[in-house]
Design a protein around this ligand. Structure first.
Ligand SMILES: [Zn+2]
Length: 255
């Protein structure tokens, strides 16, 4: 694909970034150059520095689309900056997912630093208090359980979502009042959250006994929770294949 434009700041650049996967451009001296991911990345970094975060995000995505996968250090860097832009835009959950992907491509200390800062021991986005970390993990695990019990695998309406949330919250209040969590570590809490059975209404009780074990326990490898994942990504299990998806991911189907 060939495309000619003047190398200048402004609209044309974002049009190019949005519409073309890879292209050539002619610079002002008239020489033709291959338009690569590194140019998109540089443009994105400029935009990020100028506070044009949304434009930066778009350019990083273009960089990601055009970067060959075997250039794992480059892919990792692009995903890291994608996460940075997302974090600046307030999408911390998506930023964390981007950094997790970045870590799979290449281990840079600055990515590990971001993951350390923004994730908790559950491998989820860190909340403002440890109690909230526990609640989000519990909510997510129970929400996933409820969704797995439904033949459609989905939440149909906001009313249903509210109803399920209320039921989970009731159970959570009972747990908190019992003080049972106080002496537990993360892995013990996860096992407890997984085995805690909330009776959801309608036909779901019937399904529960028919469910295969794998659906009841949603595939967390607690024995190797902090060990490197068996898929070879180099990430610990709790950030990789054994990760607990957030309620937002579950509800949006982005898991
Ligand atoms: Zn894995």
């Amino acid at each position: 694909m060939k495309y000619t434009f003047e190398l200048q700041r402004g609209q044309e650049k974002s049009i190019v970034a949005r519409d073309l996967y890879s292209c050539y451009f002619t610079d002002m001296e008239g020489s033709e150059k291959f338009f690569t991911h590194s140019i998109f990345l540089d443009m994105g970094l400029d935009a990020l520095e100028d506070g044009k975060t949304e434009e930066a995000l778009e350019l990083f995505r273009a960089a990601s689309r055009t970067c060959p996968e075997h250039l794992s250090r480059e892919v990792s860097r692009i995903l890291y900056y994608t996460g940075l832009a997302l974090q600046k835009l307030g999408s911390v959950g998506r930023a964390v997912r981007s950094w997790i992907s970045a870590e799979r491509y290449h281990h840079f200390p600055f990515i590990a630093e971001m993951l350390e800062k923004y994730t908790n021991d559950y491998g989820m986005v860190r909340q403002s208090t440890p109690e909230l970390d526990d609640w989000v993990a519990f909510y997510s695990i129970q929400l996933k359980r409820y969704m797995a019990l439904k033949p459609s695998g989905k939440i149909g309406t906001f009313a249903e979502q509210d109803m399920v949330r209320e039921l989970i919250l009731d159970a959570w209040q009972t747990i908190c009042e019992s003080n049972e969590l106080e002496l537990m570590g993360t892995i013990e809490k996860l096992e407890y959250f997984q085995s805690y059975s909330i009776i959801f209404p309608t036909t779901t009780m019937l399904y529960q006994d028919l469910l295969p074990q794998s659906l009841r326990r949603s595939g967390c490898y607690y024995q190797n929770y902090t060990a490197p994942c068996s898929c070879g990504s180099g990430l610990p299990n709790y950030l990789c294949c054994g990760r607990t998806p957030s309620p937002e991911e579950l509800l949006s189907g982005a898991e």
